[in-house]
Design a protein around this ligand. Structure first.
Ligand SMILES: Nc1ncnc2c1ncn2[C@@H]1O[C@H](COP(=O)(O)OP(=O)(O)OP(=O)(O)O)[C@@H](O)[C@H]1O
Length: 348
């Protein structure tokens, strides 16, 4: 495996292990929507340093909230998770990806009340939110304009030795910085965008990231993914059905009629497991001629908007635990969660 990132201090409950220069305050016109919780409560994280403003997103392992540093008034995204194992992996990945354009900067990590926190740069909306904000799928020209930028980001991530393993970044290099041997692993991740080979349990590598990116682009510009209506695979047979469809014939050419996507998928199919993709060649597939590209704007209509997500009651109750003015009334559910997080296994 690649080098281990520092996770020191994670058990101490103290903030600030990776203090960096804060980025300038992003312009957040229309942005701050004070949540119902914060109207009546003074919720603080990091020994009182960060004041909670509102929830902005949810992931597989926890919630992301918008906070403000009470000393500097800088806003940040604060990711709050229960799962110590996934958090360690995530911190490592953020540290390796420092400086990659398109990836939120990581500032610090701490533990509090059985939860792990990641202080991150507050960035704008996600691609999905962007598409939602538009109120329609993207036009192909818009998706083609985004594609080279996304391939660029992917290239930078790969240069740091990481592949995007559907929410769990992992390395494709060993300790000698050589590509890991081909191996197998049960498919995991988002079935819709998983590469064909992953359905056959072939461990993913750089080529699979590109294939997933192309499926994502197809989806955001309304090019149908023929396997969209297939039943979710629960066994090998189910995964084979997906593989056959995603394979789209020997060279992938039957998946869709859009020449750019077809070409890019054929290029993915031609890549060996440990081969470094020719990112420039992939980008060229999508590059429009300059006159056409100049007419297409893919800027979100509300550039700096930060969305607010809704929380379920359990999540609100968890946040209320951090209310500095309130007596903590733990429901058995929360107590259970905390116990789980404080158990010796949680730090392994
Ligand atoms: N730094 C950030 N700035 C602004 N919003 C963010 C930031 N990080 C995450 N978000 C928002 O919070 C949501 C949840 O993020 P999170 O990283 O927990 O999960 P995810 O990456 O979407 O999924 P997974 O749990 O599979 O990793 C994102 O979709 C995004 O909308």
């Amino acid at each position: 495996m690649g080098s281990k990132a520092s996770t020191q201090g994670e058990k101490t409950g103290e903030a600030e292990k990776t203090e960096l220069e804060p980025s300038p305050i992003p312009r957040l016109d229309n942005a701050i929507v004070v949540s119902q919780i914060s109207k009546d409560n003074d919720i603080r994280f990091g020994n009182g340093r960060f004041t909670y403003l509102n929830p902005i997103g949810k992931g597989g392992f926890g919630i992301v909230t918008m906070v403000v540093d009470t000393d500097t008034s800088y806003p940040y995204a604060m990711k709050m998770e229960r799962c110590a194992a996934s958090y360690k992996n995530e911190v490592e990945a953020y540290e390796k990806l420092m400086g990659v354009q398109g990836v939120a900067k990581f500032y610090s990590t701490f533990r509090e009340q059985g939860f792990t926190f990641l202080q991150l740069e507050l960035v704008g909306i996600s691609l999905l939110q962007f598409v939602r904000a538009k109120g329609r799928k993207l036009r192909r020209t818009e998706a083609f304009k985004l594609a080279p930028q996304m391939i660029d980001i992917l290239e930078q991530i790969h240069e740091r030795g990481l592949i995007l393993d559907f929410g769990f970044t992992s390395t494709y290099l060993d300790s000698d910085v050589e590509h890991l041997e081909a191996t197998t692993r049960a498919p995991r991740g988002t079935v819709l965008y998983m590469s064909a080979n992953q359905h056959l349990s072939i461990y993913n590598s750089r080529r699979d990231d590109l294939e997933s990116l192309i499926y994502t682009l197809m989806d955001i510009c309304k090019v149908s993914l023929p396997w969209r209506n297939l039943q979710a695979p629960t066994n090998r047979c189910g995964h084979h059905a997906y593989f056959d469809m995603k394979q789209g014939g020997m060279d992938g050419s039957k998946i869709c009629d859009v020449p750019e996507f077809k070409k890019a998928l054929i290029m993915c199919r031609a890549l060996e497991y440990d081969e470094k993709p020719n990112y420039e060649k992939f980008k060229r597939v999508f590059k429009l001629n300059s006159a056409r590209a100049a007419t297409v704007s893919v800027k979100p209509d509300l550039p700096n908007r930060v969305y607010r997500c809704n929380l379920i009651r359990e999540e609100e109750e968890i946040l209320l635990k951090f209310d500095v003015n309130k007596e903590v009334t733990e429901t058995s559910e929360i107590a259970e969660l905390i116990e789980m997080n404080n158990s010796p296994d949680a730090d392994d």
